[in-house]
Unconditional design. Structure first.
Lengths: 477, 1093
């Protein structure tokens, strides 16, 4: 597989150099052999409309739905019994619940980054991946949101974190970073959902027009919100989309910054660090791109989308991973340096304990996963090797999960008073909840790729060379 | 409230304006210009016009009427002008609507809640002195191991809920131990025996009486030859009197005593030294030097609360005092007393006698052969101690532990005699027990008699011999030889199972009785509640053998004292008068108990007793002690030839001796009688912090030499310990080991009381039964123990995994400030030289915070805990649990690190693990000024009060646990699961009605007993004064035997707490975090002998 892909990439990069020179959306790209507006539209819309659903989809969706059921079962039992079914204890008040929350939120970052920031920066290569990266963001945020709600002792009262008017005359306590979290995450989820939906409207119209079954026509028709493709529509659409992109851009930075405040505002050694906001944001992008890669590589294979998600995309994402990975590595380095430089005995012990304590294996695995192994991306041959990229992306996902484990569990389990120290071990319910959210994420993902255009059809069309020319050529693909 | 103010103010406005109306029209214009507003010059013009147009006799009420403006018309017709005007004021309207909405919502809520359909029966006649919601306190006493502690028990509407010490009782002085604190739980224990049974079938007390009469009749003919009575140690004068009479009636009957944790060695030691049984009372407040030969006098034994108070009173470094006493402890395992020692020497049990002789000989004690094989260590120590003791002759104490053989006790007596301590720091009196005897011999004799098959009736009053009699007596088999066996006990235990008759015993809080303290002082035990389960007392069972079988214990006790009160401190066997006071029944539940607290004469029961006796009786009940009943001092000296009678047990010291074993009563469940008490089971053992289990304690070196390990497990409170086979005298048991720093090498300590088969649902099958290898000849220690590893691991639940704080990485943490007395003289702050950060600054002198300072205009509560005074007895932990309705979570949850104690006592080791310095640090909530928990709570469920408390609002808590993560002291406790028992009816009676019972998902923590503050505040406000210093005592403070915990108002510079906070020893735990803790600590100071450094 890897060799074949390498060839394709050669072809794209060197035989068709126009592929790489695509500075602006307004400048029509040179025609790429084999693809026209129609072929692009056909290919992408057929996944949702006409093509037979591959067997792999049924197998994958089956597993994901089963795991989702496991999630529901766990949540039911959790609400019935209390969070004592988890392994959390008194020094370690947060564990899998917040680890998974931060991990999922981090994964959700790539979507907004790709859609908003790269849009504003006119990085047209984003077009092939932004749709499902945005979907991924939404589903990751959905998975993440489950944890803060159900990690509370009394989840039926979790709405108290919202500032709603009430006869008790009590508002949330605005000094708490958890309240900032509520705002940051809910804003992020709202804007991401809007952005995603608005981007989908022209494609919904395409699907509506192409759908054969009446029910599909109805549903896509409603979702298309009366899109007719008039110039006015397009004009408004472009304005809205850009505005939303502008609105979403600060969120890329704000969400994980605020999430990092959950820790940075605390006084626990290992939490109380000013480097947390940038280091968390970088880590989030790192994790997000790893997840995009993890999803994109099998998807393009499964649905034959190598034409749209090309090696160029994969390589670009690998480069971003490499860059953010280095920022994260710098974060780890600075944590250690600060602990030493501060002369603070608690901070120093925290680092020593990370290096040599009961969870040292996890720490060194984290360093291996997030710092050492991704360095192979410096090598061009590795970047060109799809299998390697896939493996590295998985390793980074694991590494980022371990990072949160180290920050949360390892910092908490030995803080100030040695008398209160205690270890933490996850229970079967911790795992079932975590795996259940992975199931939920993939279940939503499977539904998405089956019923919605996973690549933006109209945006793909805009990057075709013909975009500016009325010259529709029939093509056989 | 404020809208009400608004309403009244606007009404006032109207009133003012109506007054003005009469006064001057101009004023009306002025007053109304804001509402009608537009009485402009043009209006005046129109008035003039109207006036000019009017004809005939007309009166005008005001210029507005004349003007006939719309505003005036409105004013005229508005029925409720003030409230209606709210509608025009946007801010006021919103407020009004909100209030309406709130009351509507509340109305809706009540409508939605299903009201219970129970009928409530109010008091038809209000019992005197009872104000619902106001607790009453009654004096009583609790007996344990033949020694009483005087108590004051808090009663809410007839339900005893909390035990406090009786300040007027010599053994309490206001303090209590953990057993007394936890006894409330035993009272309400649903597993207590509830019915009288005959071979398992429920029957009636009258049936028992009917069944026993023929046997008694038969025994009368035999002079009681087939009658045996087995009790625990008896100190009750009335019970003794009953027994004496019974033995007089049945001369051939025998009365045996056996207490599994009894003080046989102390008694026998006294007999060895003096030729008779005597009781020893120590006066630690007069001693400069104390040598403890394995005596844990600070945490167990008669009078230990008093001893703790006295001992610590000589170590209080306050107001510039720099003198303190010195304590030498020689012991095998690490005890609380050993932890407080200035110099501690860990020796094997067999070496302690050697050591005692090594000290005794230079002091001039005659003891026959003094040829001892001393090793260097013992020689060095004994030399130094001898010199110190000699320098403080007459001002020292040598005290031998209850677990030491009689000869060590005799040596201690002889040493005290030689040092001239007798009569000064050591007082001898007659024995406190009704009949002092060698209980081992007593139970052995009973066992032999049982073999004869001649015993027709064995009456067991309390105790559990089948479980705890020496293993070689094989009591479980032998007891079957008795033809009829009757067992009176609180629980249907192992012994009850083997007895035909089982009589449920009344708990001491539901029975009348009397008992003696360590110095002989008699207390009347008065019930706080009628027996919940128709329990009987030993008095009543013994009465069944008299000619008045139906007498109640109240009658028995009262009559005894009516007859004997004049006899002072020694009771002669005079038959009681037959007078019966029919009205003196114990109170029923829900009613006030005996009106003991009433002034004499009020609601006095007319009876045959003289008014004089009535006064005596009421005084005794009210005070909790019968005056002048303490034993008089006795002048006695050690017999010259005592050494000749002493058994030659000592064998000298050799290095390759076989392992030795020490048996000890468990520090929390004692001899096993408290096994079903969840509070005590879950109470961490003083040093090891082990809960729910007993383990074999061995030293690090012994463990290493045998390849044994106990490792920190993967959970919050788990230790994975090696399981071993303990073989001793051909008997063996399986047990986990636990490595204990400071334990003597070459020996192992096992705690008794665990491994109960039928203790109840809490206590059964916890731990291992060490009684199974405890024999008559090795009651407390023995040689020849074999330990072999099985290869299995046992999970132990502990609440503290890390004890060493002197390791390289932890040394810089300024947790427990400590130093020697010389260090203290040099720098009284005891600030560690290698410490991190800057020394604790004083109040007000702190690093700034982003948030504004709190102002405290009224009270400003604070606490100091003197680490130097804390003896780690744990009573405060149980007291807190009882006061604050803290649930028990069970072993599995403790092993997960989820114990709920609001107050914990941390124990820390400094120095080498072989013989470390040990410190206790009680840790309640610090109530920080800059509380890290407060800022992170998203729903404001934990907030700062106007008096400085860090309040926890359970109703508001959603349970994010962020506060706990951010608490550097980790004092917050989370209800991970539903830990409270909401269903057991008994526990509903037990709970403190002033404290919320928390449900799951809620964080909780120490409140400084805010309910007690509130009660004091209400009282003070009623009397229009400020709360006095010492008026509010937190639950932990109230029970503390050494007054280590002091609570009060810091704003009052004269308060005890403010003075202690001004002491240089005062420091804040983790103060460098700028949390500004309100609970501060006073550093520990040791006074070691420089020669032994």
């Amino acid at each position: 597989m890897a060799d074949q892909e390498q060839d394709t990439e050669h072809q794209l990069d060197y035989e068709h150099p126009h592929e790489t020179v695509r500075p602006d959306i307004s400048i029509p790209p040179v025609i790429r052999p084999g693809h026209t507006f129609a072929t692009v539209t056909d290919k992408i819309s057929s996944i949702a409309l006409t093509r037979r659903t591959p067997l792999a989809w049924f197998i994958g969706a089956g597993i994901a739905f089963t795991l989702t059921l496991l999630l529901f079962y766990t949540i039911g039992y959790l609400v019935l019994k209390g969070i004592g079914i988890w392994g959390n204890n008194i020094p370690v008040g947060w564990a899998f619940d917040i680890i998974n929350f931060v991990w999922w939120i981090g994964i959700g970052h790539a979507g907004t980054l790709i859609s908003a920031i790269l849009l504003l920066l006119r990085q047209t290569w984003r077009t092939s991946i932004n749709r499902f990266a945005e979907a991924m963001t939404l589903f990751a945020v959905a998975s993440a949101a489950i944890f803060p709600v159900f990690h509370t002792g009394r989840p039926w009262l979790a709405y108290w974190l919202f500032p709603y008017p009430n006869s008790m005359d009590i508002y949330p306590q605005f000094r708490s970073p958890l309240i900032w979290d509520v705002f940051a995450v809910s804003t992020y989820a709202t804007v991401s959902a809007l952005f995603w939906f608005i981007g989908l409207i022209p494609d919904f119209a395409t699907l509506r027009d192409r759908a054969k079954r009446r029910s599909a026509k109805m549903i896509y028709g409603m979702l298309a919100m009366g899109w007719r493709g008039s110039a006015v529509h397009w004009h408004r659409y472009e304005t809205t989309y850009l505005l939303l992109a502008g609105l979403a851009t600060p969120l890329v930075v704000s969400v994980h910054t605020v999430v990092s405040f959950d820790f940075a505002v605390g006084i626990v050694p290992g939490w109380h660090a000013t480097i947390f906001p940038p280091y968390f944001v970088a880590g989030a992008i790192y994790a997000g791109f790893a997840m995009v890669l993890t999803l994109a590589i099998p998807l393009r294979k499964l649905y034959g989308l190598e034409d749209f998600i090309t090696m160029r995309h994969l390589k670009n994402m690998a480069k971003i991973m490499l860059a953010t990975g280095l920022i994260v590595a710098y974060g780890y380095m600075m944590e250690t340096f600060t602990a030493w430089y501060s002369g603070n005995t608690y901070e120093q012990y925290m680092i020593t304990n990370r290096f040599t304590g009961p969870y040292a294996v996890m720490y060194w695995s984290l360093i291996a996963c997030n710092v050492v192994i991704p360095q192979i991306l410096w090598i061009k041959r590795v970047r060109n090797n799809i299998l390697m990229l896939f493996l590295v992306s998985l390793v980074v996902s694991v590494g980022m999960w371990l990072e949160r484990y180290i920050i949360i569990v390892v910092s908490l389990h030995r803080d100030f008073l040695p008398s209160s120290w205690g270890n933490y071990t996850a229970t079967v319910w911790d795992w079932s909840m975590f795996i259940g959210t992975i199931g939920l994420f993939f279940a939503l993902m499977f539904l998405f790729i089956r019923f919605l255009p996973m690549i933006s059809i109209f945006e793909m069309r805009t990057i075709l060379p013909q975009a500016g020319v009325k010259d529709v050529k029939e093509a056989a693909d | 409230m404020s809208s009400l103010v608004q309403l009244t103010s606007s009404i006032k406005k109207e009133e003012e304006s109506s007054e003005n109306r009469i006064d001057s029209p101009a004023a009306i214009i002025a007053a109304h210009s804001h509402s009608s507003g537009d009485l402009s010059p043009s209006d005046l013009d129109s008035i003039r016009d109207k006036l000019s147009q009017s004809q005939g006799k007309q009166y005008w009420r005001s210029l507005e009427e004349l003007a006939n403006t719309s505003a005036f018309q409105e004013l005229l017709h508005r029925e409720f002008p003030s409230q209606a005007s709210e509608w025009n004021d946007p801010a006021g309207r919103r407020r009004f609507l909100k209030l309406m909405g709130a009351s509507l919502a509340l109305a809706g809520l009540t409508a939605c809640t299903r009201q219970p359909t129970e009928t409530i029966a109010p008091y038809v006649r209000q019992p005197e002195q009872m104000v619902p919601g106001q607790p009453l306190y009654y004096a009583t006493a609790m007996e344990l191991g033949g020694s009483a502690t005087g108590l004051l028990v808090e009663s809410h509407e007839g339900r005893p809920t909390k035990v406090e010490g009786n300040p007027g009782h010599p053994a309490s002085l206001g303090a209590t131990d953990l057993f007394a604190q936890a006894s409330v739980l035993s009272l309400y224990d649903p597993d207590r025996s509830q019915t009288l049974t005959r071979i398992g079938e429920i029957t009636a007390w009258s049936a028992f009486l009917g069944a026993i009469r023929p046997i008694i009749a038969a025994q009368t003919g035999l002079q009681g030859a087939g009658l045996r009575i087995l009790t625990e140690t008896v100190t009750s004068p009335t019970l003794a009197d009953q027994l004496r009479k019974l033995l007089a009636a049945f001369p051939r009957a025998k009365w045996h005593q056996y207490d599994a944790a009894g003080r046989v060695n102390a008694s026998e030691g006294a007999r060895l030294a003096f030729g008779q049984y005597v009781n020893t009372i120590y006066q630690f407040d007069k001693a400069d030097v104390v040598l403890s030969l394995d005596a844990d006098f600070l945490s167990c034994g008669p009078g230990h609360l008093r001893y703790s108070r006295d001992f610590i009173s000589r170590r209080r470094l306050q107001d510039g005092k720099t003198e303190m006493n010195r304590l030498y402890v020689v012991e095998s395992e690490m005890t609380n007393t050993g932890a407080k020692a200035d110099n501690r020497l860990a020796l094997r049990p067999s070496e302690i006698e050697v050591f005692a002789r090594a000290v005794a000989a230079p002091l001039g004690v005659q003891m026959g052969s003094n040829a001892q094989l001393l090793n260097d260590r013992i020689a060095k120590w004994s030399d130094a101690i001898v010199r110190d003791l000699k320098q403080h002759a007459g001002r020292s104490i040598v005290i031998a532990g209850d677990y030491q053989p009689p000869v060590v006790h005799a040596l201690a007596h002889a040493m005290n005699g030689a040092l001239g301590n007798v009569g000064k720091t050591v007082i001898y009196t007659d024995a406190v027990e009704a009949r002092a005897e060698n209980q081992i011999q007593s139970i052995t004799e009973l066992a032999q008699d049982l073999d004869s098959g001649q015993i027709d009736l064995l009456l067991i009053l309390g105790g559990n011999p089948v479980y705890n009699a020496p293993a070689d007596l094989n009591f479980a088999e032998r007891i079957r030889q008795a033809k009829l066996r009757v067992h009176l006990s609180l629980y249907k235990d192992e012994t009850s199972e083997l007895c035909q008759w089982h009589i449920p015993q009344a708990h001491y809080l539901e029975s009348w009785g009397d008992t003696r303290a360590y110095d002989g002082t008699v207390s009347v035990i008065q019930p706080l509640i009628a027996p919940l389960y128709r329990g009987k007392t030993a008095y009543e069972v013994l009465a069944a053998f008299s000619d008045q079988p139906e007498r109640t214990s109240y009658d028995i006790i009262r009559d005894y004292w009516m007859a004997n009160r004049g006899s002072g401190n020694r009771v002669s066997p005079v038959p009681a008068s037959g007078a019966t006071d029919a009205t003196g029944q114990p109170p029923r539940a829900g009613q006030v108990p005996a009106p003991a607290a009433a002034p004499a004469g009020q609601s006095a029961t007319p009876g045959p007793a003289s008014a004089d006796f009535e006064q005596f009786w009421r005084r005794a009940l009210h005070d909790g002690v019968i005056p002048n009943t303490q034993m008089p001092p006795k002048t006695i000296s050690v017999a010259a030839n005592w050494a000749a009678q002493a058994p030659s047990t000592q064998s000298g010291v050799s290095q390759d001796a076989p392992l030795e074993i020490c048996f000890r009563p468990d520090p929390t469940i004692y001899d096993g009688r408290f096994a079903n008490n969840g509070w005590l089971q879950e109470l961490p053992k003083p040093i090891t912090k082990l809960t729910w289990d007993n383990a074999v304690m061995i030293s690090p070196a012994t463990a290493a030499s045998r390849g044994l390990e106990s490792n920190v497990g993967s959970l919050g409170g788990l230790i994975a310990a090696d399981q071993v086979v303990l073989s001793f005298k051909d008997r063996s048991i399986l047990a986990p080991i636990l490595i204990m720093p400071g334990h003597a090498d070459g020996c192992a300590t096992v705690y008794l009381g665990y491994g109960r088969r039928s203790a109840g649902r809490v206590g059964s099958d916890q731990g291992y039964n060490a009684y199974a290898i405890r024999t008559t000849d090795a009651q407390w220690s023995g040689t020849g123990l074999q330990i072999s590893k099985t290869g299995d691991k046992v999970d132990l639940a502990v609440t503290q995994l890390q004890h060493m704080i002197d390791t390289e990485q932890l040394r810089d943490r300024d947790l427990v400030r400590s130093g020697k007395i010389d260090d203290y003289k040099h720098d009284p702050t005891l600030y560690p030289a290698h410490g991190h950060g800057t020394p604790e600054k004083h109040e007000g002198d702190h690093t700034p915070s982003l948030y504004p300072e709190y102002e405290y205009t009224g009270y400003k509560w604070g606490m100091t805990i003197d680490i130097n005074a804390c003896v780690g007895c744990n009573a405060c932990v149980v007291s807190c649990q009882a006061e604050n309705n803290i649930p028990v979570v069970g072993k599995e949850q403790v092993s997960r690190g989820r114990e709920m104690h609001w107050l914990r006592v941390d124990s820390y080791f400094k120095g080498s693990p072989e013989n470390p310095e040990t410190y206790f640090q009680p840790v309640p909530c610090m109530h920080c000024e800059n509380a890290p928990c407060e800022v992170v709570c998203p729903v404001a469920a934990t907030v700062h009060s106007s008096e400085g408390l860090n309040d926890m609002v359970y109703n508001r808590c959603v349970g994010t646990r962020y506060c706990s993560n951010n608490c550097p002291y980790k004092v917050r406790r989370f209800n991970f699961l539903l830990y409270q028992d909401w269903d057991t009816p008994g526990f509903k009676l037990m709970r403190n009605p002033d404290v919320t019972v928390r449900s799951r998902g809620v964080m909780e923590k120490c409140t400084y007993c805010v309910q007690r503050i509130s009660r004091a505040r209400i009282q003070a406000e009623k009397e229009d004064r400020a709360i006095r210093d010492g008026e509010v005592k937190t639950a932990c403070q109230a029970v503390c035997p050494t007054e280590a915990i002091i609570f009060g108002d810091i704003n009052d510079s004269g308060s005890r707490v403010a003075k202690l906070k001004a002491e240089p020893r005062n420091y804040g735990l983790l103060a460098e975090l700028n949390t500004r803790p309100r609970t501060t600590y006073l550093g520990a100071v040791r006074n070691p002998n420089p020669e032994l450094e």
